[in-house]
Design a protein around this ligand. Structure first.
Ligand code: TXA
Ligand code: MG
Length: 354
């Protein structure tokens, strides 16, 4: 299959490219498109055969449900059975935006989209290209991140092309995404709302609108969760793991730098290729160390910059065939914790405190 990579010039306007992409969605085919979080791999969520193509293209386990993307609030009642008042408040406050809400589903949503669950995950993205594509397609668009299962989510169209070339007919290139990590997921399908995946919208912000909000025990914490099953099926799978061994170091700044420099020199002496993931504030302190790649992920004073570059930097480590990846850590409120949730998984919870 030939994969067409199309640059969207004027985002938001109904360019002929968006119309062409929407026609593919209506035909039951796949289109990758930008959202404000990561690139998505879209198909008609109400067409079971179309949704099945997503699993095939990604190599994704079929019990891992997809998020249904809408462009207008009127679409909620089409797919969701019960919508509690608190969910309406949350939608009004955070949509369009990087938040996915789980509600009881209506039977119009096929089991093939929800992995057989009686709930559906719904998100209204704020990216103008995503919104225009959904609107033009006249349906709801199921879209996981547009990577091959097990690779980092794509944050630029080239990442999508690397993974999906030959597998899908079209990729809409809307430039780099804004946020860089996937949406927050909140389950509002029963009882007290629970965060199933941390993201840009924090627990604090959500509880300010919805009252008590819990965090799924399987997603918080610095250790690999034992004896708890993640409620979002996707969170239980081994997520992105770099080809090399990734090790996170946390603690006071100078100690972290010293530890990472020490680890690099030991591994370099053994003949391994090492990468260092630093920050704007620390990168100079690694000069002269024997790493094959030293990258800043952004500034500690701006966690958004770290989130935006994380997945791209991890892809760079694979591209240079790092045997070891030594990274600084970003524990903290809100976005820092969402970043660490992804990094701990990538590092298989390998964390050194100094
Ligand atoms: O930011 C995002 O959410 C991106 C963009 C493309 O919108 N999408 C995304 O999709 O991250 P994906 O498929 O990579 O992750 C969806 C997560 C999975 O962990 C899945 O198990 C969970 O959402 N999920 C979907 N439907 C669910 C449901 N009904 N109940 C519990 N978890 C659900
Ligand atoms: Mg994903």
């Amino acid at each position: 299959m030939n994969t067409k990579l199309v640059k969207i010039q004027a985002a938001g306007d109904l360019s002929s490219q968006v119309k062409e992409a929407a026609a593919l969605i209506r035909e039951g085919r796949l289109v990758a498109f930008p959202t404000e979080t990561v690139y998505g791999l879209g198909a008609d969520a109400l067409n079971e055969e179309a949704a099945a193509k997503i699993y095939a293209a990604k190599g994704r386990p079929s019990d891992n449900p997809l998020i249904a993307h809408i462009w207008d609030l009127s679409q909620v009642n089409l797919i969701a059975g019960e919508v509690p008042d608190a969910a309406v408040k949350i939608m009004e406050r955070f949509w369009p935006g990087p938040l996915t809400i789980i509600l009881k589903k209506k039977s119009i949503v096929p089991d093939g989209t929800t992995g057989g669950l009686d709930t559906v995950a719904i998100r209204m993205p704020s990216h103008p290209v995503a919104a225009a594509l959904i609107r033009e397609s006249g349906t709801v668009i199921a879209a996981p991140s547009a990577n091959i299962s097990g690779r980092p989510s794509p944050t630029i169209a080239r990442h999508v092309y690397e993974d999906m070339k030959g597998r899908i007919p079209m990729i809409l290139d809307g430039g780099p995404v804004g946020i860089g990590i996937e949406s927050t997921i909140i389950d509002m399908s029963a009882g007290t709302p629970v965060i199933l995946r941390p993201g840009y919208i924090s627990l604090k912000e959500l509880s300010e609108v919805a009252g008590t909000v819990l965090s799924d025990p399987a997603i918080s914490g610095r250790k690999k969760p034992e004896n708890v099953v993640a409620k979002a099926p996707g969170m239980k799978y081994r997520h992105y793991a770099p080809q090399g061994k990734m090790i996170l170091v946390e603690g006071e700044k100078d100690r972290v730098i010293r530890k990472i420099r020490d680890l690099v020199s030991r591994k370099a002496a053994e003949g391994y290729r090492a990468a260092v993931l630093a920050t704007d504030e620390t990168i100079e302190a690694y000069h002269g160390c024997r790493a094959d790649l030293i990258k800043s992920m952004g500034s500690r004073s701006d966690p958004n910059s770290i989130a935006a570059s994380l997945y791209g930097v991890l892809r760079d480590c694979d591209a240079m065939k790092a045997d070891y990846i030594f990274s600084e850590s970003f524990f903290g409120e809100g976005l820092g914790d969402a970043i660490m949730n992804r990094m701990l998984k990538a590092a298989a919870y390998h964390l050194i405190s100094v």
